[in-house]
Design a protein around this ligand. Structure first.
Ligand SMILES: [Zn+2]
Length: 256
């Protein structure tokens, strides 16, 4: 049973990795050492497999670059261990990953409803709820809260794909990414991860600088409900919200 599940997981990883491989290959008729590393680190796609696939097409993977990326990544993980909490994630369970993904939708929805002055000021996630602090002076009206909820729920319903691209800070800004453009990113090298909710087919809902992890599709969140909106400190508001069954329940209770 366990083996069967592991096998299934591996199959899924492989097919995802293969899809990415094909995209990369189509883009420039080979796969670079850097890309081989992305396949390995993001999709768990073994280097040997990438090499084999590339060899079949009469090309070869630059293993030196792969190795260099590997070493760089190890160094970054060491550096990154201290930064992880900046994202507010206590652990990487399914539930916290979902809740974290919800903060992206919430962040964008707040900006749509309240204005572009809204910026994330903090985030804390437990397995039960998300907490999101943002710059805004006034208490939210019921109407604003409802609207924010509706926007988030409509993006969940649209089941948008979540994906990321590596961009320079400049590229990220030009692409309209929101999030923390902080000096600490200089530590992480030239490129930063920018997560996008949506794609060309569905339309892009939001782009945000973030390290992840996120769910693959927004539909995985099920539903979203704001439980509380309050002052956090001067000029900062705080929202506590839930997703999934808890959100459905909260929405139902409120209606009745
Ligand atoms: Zn994120």
């Amino acid at each position: 049973m366990v083996i069967a599940i592991e096998e299934k997981k591996f199959q899924k990883t492989l097919s995802k990795g293969l899809k990415e491989f094909e995209k990369m290959y189509i883009a420039h008729k080979t796969v670079s050492g850097e890309e081989a590393f992305v396949l390995y680190s993001t999709y768990g796609f073994p280097l040997e497999l990438t090499e084999e696939l590339v060899r079949e097409k009469g090309k070869h993977v630059d293993k030196k670059t792969f190795q260099a990326e590997f070493t760089r990544h190890q160094e970054l993980s060491r550096l990154g261990a201290g930064l992880k909490f900046a994202g507010g994630l206590a652990d990487h369970s399914d539930e916290t990953t979902k809740l974290h993904t919800a903060t992206h939708l919430l962040h964008k929805a707040l900006r749509m409803v309240l204005g572009d002055h809204v910026e994330q000021r903090g985030s804390n996630i437990t397995s039960e709820r998300l907490r999101f602090d943002f710059s805004h002076t006034d208490k939210l009206t019921d109407e604003q809260k409802n609207l924010v909820e509706q926007i988030v729920n409509s993006q969940i319903k649209a089941n948008l794909p979540m994906g990321f691209e590596m961009m320079t800070v400049e590229e990220a800004k030009n692409a309209g990414a929101i999030g923390l453009f902080e000096d600490k990113y200089a530590l992480l090298g030239d490129k930063i991860k920018v997560y996008t909710a949506g794609d060309a087919e569905h339309g892009i809902f939001s782009r945000e600088i973030c390290g992840g992890p996120h769910v693959d599709r927004t539909g995985d969140l099920g539903a979203f409900a704001i439980l509380k909106e309050e002052s956090s400190s001067s000029g900062i508001r705080r929202i506590k919200a839930v997703i999934g069954e808890q959100a459905l329940l909260a929405l139902k209770v409120r209606k009745s």
